[in-house]
Design a protein around this ligand. Structure first.
Ligand code: AMP
Length: 593
């Protein structure tokens, strides 16, 4: 038995992680956990810590209903289901209910076999794989086998994992940091590990390869068709001139389509589609699968583009919100008819045995054009090669008239930098009068109860920007304007599952919210301007000592950015840039200080 780590070791670390409100502590607890388990368990531990069994792109979910857990607890303990349900209602969490039920029962039983990490993982795997008719019964049976040997704390975490309610707040970057800390890694190691993570999108694989086989093995991890690559991202600047200042090698400007980014993996007769967050979204777009099979002239390829909903009669683009109707579980056929999509391709990363990411963009595009046959519904992103500001301005006007958000301008010599945001790609959007040029994507970290018409729901939400350097979220405003009655109803429903008993370890806030959430949900917010504020923590002390940056007159635009992960939200750095640009403009207009 001494060759396998006991599940108890994991549980002790989970408890500490749950209790901490500091991100540095979270990282060191995780690093300690990594050094406490066997090399061949690392992958499993990494996934379990994030409450899953596999990377998201595999789309394997545990799929256990609350009812099944209640039944399992009842059967295991001999209590009636109603009694278990009552304990659940009283405590408000089925994990906590499991703790109580197992504690009671354990006082009466003597014999049990200690749980190991391997056994828990493989049993959970069986639970995940049971599907179809009678599967809830099979899931229940496996769950009971774990409960039989679990102590109260172990039962609590097993139940939280099967229900998907484990909230340790461990993000991918927390794991990368913890790996560096655990292995006392150099900057070089960190870079190699991060590159592998960007190309494979699979932290369990990277972590286990590193610990079990060393850095050389990690270097060999690369692109594989069927496994999503973390997407390259764009920086934003306010003007064409500024964008051009970064384009030293010429400039390719493309329309910025307002749809959903799709990474298409074709492998013979099979096609998989991944979102910008690396989820498998193949089931939502059977039409794109068909288009890929018909128009990609290669056996194996990875291409990237934007899927946009179009009005078939007029050819006009529908706004992004309409496309989100495609993100449903049922009635796909119907949604496909109501919201047909066109595809606008802009990159290729792999074709028939060749990795293309290190080639310059101009060469990748030529390969893209050769590999894909254009058609009415599969197009290459509309583009213009020019370094003339006037030409680019009018191209941008044209883009907006044609229903796009603006332009993405790209350095023709730049490689595809997976997972990186940089100035080789720059997004340019329209400048609204009297408002900030751009909307912000902000993460909900807390909420305040409403009064009056909003009594019984959240009146305002506390939202934050992201700082990749500290992997933390900093508050920037409270937002309440722009909520429709429908929003007021749906926000509590959407946010409920991310509720935390205290402020999350990766959130930095001076305000005391009524309710705290794990940073997960991203909202698009428009504001009038950015001001200095002593109460918000975003960019605190950067512009002025004792003050952070905050938004004035923030308004929810109606877009919940399901396609963005919290780490894709507006960053502190971008916020500071927006503030500086606003200042520059005010000075130019003579309205500034
Ligand atoms: P944002 O979501 O505001 O950070 O803008 C970047 C996003 O624009 C990308 O993730 C794509 O989904 C989208 N996009 C639309 N058109 C293009 C294009 N021609 N090149 C790159 N990205 C594009």
């Amino acid at each position: 038995m001494d060759t396998e780590t006991q599940f108890k070791v994991l549980v002790e670390h989970f408890k500490q992680m749950e209790d901490t409100t500091k991100r540095t502590e979270l990282t060191s607890i995780l690093a300690h956990l990594i050094t406490s388990v066997k090399p061949d368990e690392i992958g499993e531990v990494v996934y379990l810590t994030q409450g899953k069994l596999y990377p998201d792109y595999m789309g394997i979910e545990l799929g256990v209903a609350e009812k099944t857990v209640i039944k399992a607890l009842a059967k295991y303990s001999g209590l009636p289901e109603e009694k278990v349900d009552e304990i659940y209602k009283k405590l408000g969490d089925l994990g906590d209910a499991a703790f109580e039920v197992v504690k009671e029962k354990k006082q009466m039983t003597f014999f049990s076999q200690p749980l190991t990490v391997k056994r828990v993982y493989s049993t959970l795997d069986k639970i995940a794989r049971a599907s179809g008719k009678g599967s809830q019964d099979i899931k229940m049976m496996h769950l009971m086998s774990l409960l039989n040997d679990a102590d109260p704390d172990e039962a609590r975490y097993v139940v939280k994992i099967v229900l998907g309610t484990l909230r340790l707040g461990v993000a991918d970057y927390t794991i990368l940091d913890a790996l560096s800390l655990a292995l006392a890694g150099s900057k070089e190691m960190r870079d190699i590990v991060e590159r592998a993570y960007n190309l494979t999108g699979d932290l369990g694989l990277v972590a286990s390869t590193l610990v079990a086989n060393g850095l050389d093995a990690v270097k060999k991890l690369g692109i594989s068709v069927g496994r999503p690559i973390r997407p390259m991202l764009a920086e934003r600047v306010p003007t064409v001139e500024e964008a051009l200042s970064y384009m030293q090698n010429g400039c390719i400007a493309e329309y910025k389509y307002d749809g959903e980014r799709v990474q298409i993996h074709k492998d013979g007769g099979s096609v998989k589609l991944f979102s910008r967050r690396l989820e498998n979204i193949t089931m939502h777009y059977p039409d794109i699968v068909q288009l890929a099979l018909t128009y990609i002239n290669a056996d194996k390829a990875i291409v990237e583009g934007e899927a946009v909903a179009v009005d078939e009669n007029t050819g006009e683009f529908y706004p992004f919100q309409e496309l989100m109707h495609r993100r449903r579980k049922y009635g796909i056929e119907e949604a496909m008819k109501m919201y047909p999509v066109s595809l606008f391709l802009f990159d290729i990363m792999y074709v028939d045995g060749k990795e293309l990411i290190d080639l310059p963009l101009k060469d990748r595009r030529e390969i893209l054009w050769k590999t894909v046959k254009e058609d009415e519904r599969v197009r290459f992103a509309h583009h213009l090669e020019s370094t003339n500001p006037k030409e680019l301005e009018s191209f941008m006007e044209q883009a907006i008239t044609d229903g796009c958000e603006g332009l993405v301008v790209k350095d023709p010599l730049s490689p595809y930098r997976a997972g990186a945001r940089g100035y080789s790609w720059i997004k340019l959007k329209r400048d609204y009068q009297g408002e900030l040029a751009d909307t912000l994507d902000l993460v909900v970290v807390g909420a305040f109860y409403g009064r009056g018409r909003r009594a019984g729901t959240y009146g305002t939400l506390l939202v934050a920007v992201y700082d990749p350097d500290t992997d933390s979220f900093y508050t920037v405003t409270k937002v309440g304007a722009g909520f429709t009655d429908e929003d007021l109803k749906r926000f509590p429903q959407i946010l409920e599952k991310y509720r935390m008993p205290h402020k999350h370890a990766r959130v930095v806030s001076k305000m005391e919210a009524d309710v705290w959430f794990e940073p997960k949900v991203v909202l698009e917010v428009q504001a009038q301007e950015i001001t200095l504020s002593p109460v918000h923590t975003a960019a605190f002390g950067t512009i002025k000592e004792g003050a952070g940056l905050a938004l004035r007159f923030p308004r929810f635009t109606g877009k919940i950015r399901d396609d963005k992960s919290p780490e894709d939200a507006t960053t502190v750095k971008e916020l500071v840039e927006m503030y500086m640009n606003q200042k520059k403009k005010a000075v130019a207009n003579g309205t500034g200080p």
